[in-house]
Write a protein that binds this ligand. Structure first.
Ligand SMILES: O=P(O)(O)OC[C@H]1O[C@](O)(CO)[C@@H](O)[C@@H]1O
Length: 532
């Protein structure tokens, strides 16, 4: 019997019932979890007490507690790369001590955080200046984990941004950097080259372009460059003054790195004090994750709901639907966090996974999505578990009535997914409008909502730096728990390598310096077309 059998059996037995029938006066309270002011409600799923107990057993037999202790202790759990996994060290408190290879890593973390804060203060106060004076704009050049986190967070925390404007360039498509630099003054712009490896082709190509753009107006463009990287030798070779190079260790994975120097652009935008609040939110979630019993543990329960929907019920995707416009980039951020971490087909020991890998993650903010793809979510043939996020209040007190409408829409969508609309109800609506006979029947069928579709709601007071820290750490730990249950290494990303290698080999072919020998017919034909 595998560790999945119990849950598979429960799914078979219970899949025909309606979630609505599970509700009594206590379900909403019993099937939700709180953590430092945040509420995660998973009562609108087909999980009952028996299923939850089986899910909790799955977490236990999978060794979640042991792996969690190993991660926080600095053990090298990323064993295909021989690295510890210590993004939690980047937000650890003053009292913490975490050793890697017998050395406490926190003094260095604190030193670099203080250096980033000092630089951010200088940029914000005007003590650090460009050739044309005070820095007005910051351009962060990076991709993947060196872009998505700070870009997502700068938008999320816009109400707290009182520093220079921050812009983000990631794509190697020249259109991206062209459009961002257009309208900026090179003499008052600071460029941050953010790359863990400092070899990523997109980032280095864009950095060269930015340097040329700046050189047209600034005698020494390198003086307006800073770098964030683990590769001090390469940043030095690139000509960036070590005083403006902020390093971090290889035990911080790219998609987990926004808590450290990769968050420099965010720190410049909102200031080191607000950035500290962001760290404090992450730290609060770490404490909760480490101490709450599994049944009351938000990351564990979020993960178990995810495993239930994906691995057990077979729903291949999940939609992240923030009813919070400033979380517009959260789905993109989570796509990397979840899919680069858990999109793997072999277990740590190299054997095939016993189940599917992690799900496809996608989404858009509400209410926009309602007018785009919710049609499929409500009436399509596939079930898409939906994860709603919503704040009790916005940042615009004079627009509180709009916030109310936003919240009403969020709750209404979750309710509609749960409740649906039966054929009888649809018939009654149409009969009132005067339809009869075959036409009533035909029209009614189009207006049926099957309902019984699962969703969860993550509700919080307001999208502050602290709350954002909680949310991001929550999802990080969710990915971790799901990875442990699947038996995979969530911290490597070998699946991105092949495409990179082939792109490098195709470059000379497209330039006409090499031929298409050895390429498949489709690639050769496309090269011929695109080369012109
Ligand atoms: O920070 P770097 O080294 O430029 O890497 C950027 C991104 O590229 C990846 O390695 C994937 O291609 C991500 O894991 C990483 O976040």
């Amino acid at each position: 019997m595998s560790k999945w059998s119990d849950l598979q059996r429960l799914h078979e037995v219970k899949k025909g019932r309606h979630i609505l029938d599970l509700f009594d006066e206590s379900r909403a309270g019993e099937f939700s979890v709180t953590a430092d002011g945040m509420l995660f409600d998973y009562s609108k799923t087909n999980i009952d007490g028996e299923t939850r107990a089986a899910l909790l057993r799955l977490a236990e037999v999978s060794g979640v507690a042991e792996k969690r202790a190993a991660m926080f202790s600095g053990a090298k759990i990323n064993d295909t790369e021989g690295r510890a996994v210590l993004h939690v060290a980047l937000r650890a408190g003053e009292e913490a001590r975490i050793e890697v290879d017998g050395k406490d890593v926190l003094p260095e973390v604190r030193r670099i955080r203080a250096a980033c804060a000092a630089f951010a203060r200088d940029v914000r106060s005007g003590a650090f200046r460009g050739a044309g004076g005070r820095i007005t704009d910051v351009v962060n050049i990076g991709i993947g984990g060196s872009d998505l986190g700070p870009a997502m967070a700068c938008l999320a925390l816009a109400p707290y941004a009182d520093g220079p404007r921050c812009h983000f360039v990631s794509n190697v498509d020249g259109a991206h950097i062209h459009d961002v630099l257009q309208g900026l003054d090179p003499t008052t712009t600071l460029v941050i080259v953010a790359s863990k490896t400092f070899t990523t082709i997109e980032t280095m190509t864009n950095a060269d372009t930015a340097k040329r753009w700046m050189a047209a107006k600034v005698a020494n463009p390198a003086a307006q460059f800073a770098a964030v990287s683990t590769a001090g030798d390469r940043t030095a070779a690139y000509g960036i003054d070590p005083a403006r190079v902020f390093g971090f260790e290889d035990w911080v994975g790219g998609r987990y790195s926004m808590w450290g120097p990769i968050g420099l652009s965010l720190m410049i935008a909102i200031g080191p004090e607000a950035f500290d609040q962001f760290l404090a939110g992450g730290r609060a979630m770490d404490r909760h994750f480490l101490t709450a019993p599994f049944a009351a543990n938000m990351p564990v329960m979020l993960a178990l709901v995810g495993v239930w929907h994906n691995q057990i019920c077979g729903h291949a995707t999940r939609a992240v639907l923030p009813y919070d416009q400033r979380l517009a980039r959260l789905p993109a951020y989570l796509q990397q966090l979840e899919m680069e971490s858990n999109g793997k087909r072999v277990a740590i020991d190299g054997s095939d996974l016993e189940t599917h890998s992690g799900p496809v993650v996608w989404g858009e903010p509400g209410t926009n999505g309602q007018h785009a793809f919710y049609q499929l979510i409500h009436q399509g043939t596939r079930v898409v578990p939906c994860e709603f996020l919503v704040a009790r209040k916005g940042h615009e007190p004079d627009l509180a009535h709009q916030h109310l409408l936003l919240v009403a829409n969020c709750l209404a969508q979750a309710e509609a997914l749960l409740r649906g609309r039966s054929l009888q109800e649809a018939r009654a609506i149409l009969a009132k409008k005067g339809l009869t006979g075959a036409e009533l029947e035909r029209q009614a069928r189009h207006r049926v909502f099957p309902g019984n579709r699962p969703s969860t709601v993550l509700a919080y007071e307001q999208l502050t730096p602290f709350t954002l820290g909680q949310i991001i750490a929550l999802y990080e730990h969710r990915v971790f728990v799901e990875g442990v249950i699947l038996g995979i290494n969530s911290f490597d990303q070998w699946g991105v390598e092949l495409g990179k290698e082939l792109a490098l080999a195709l470059q000379p072919v497209l330039e006409g310096r090499a031929d298409t020998g050895g390429k498949d017919g489709s690639t050769a034909a496309l090269v011929a077309f695109l080369r012109g």
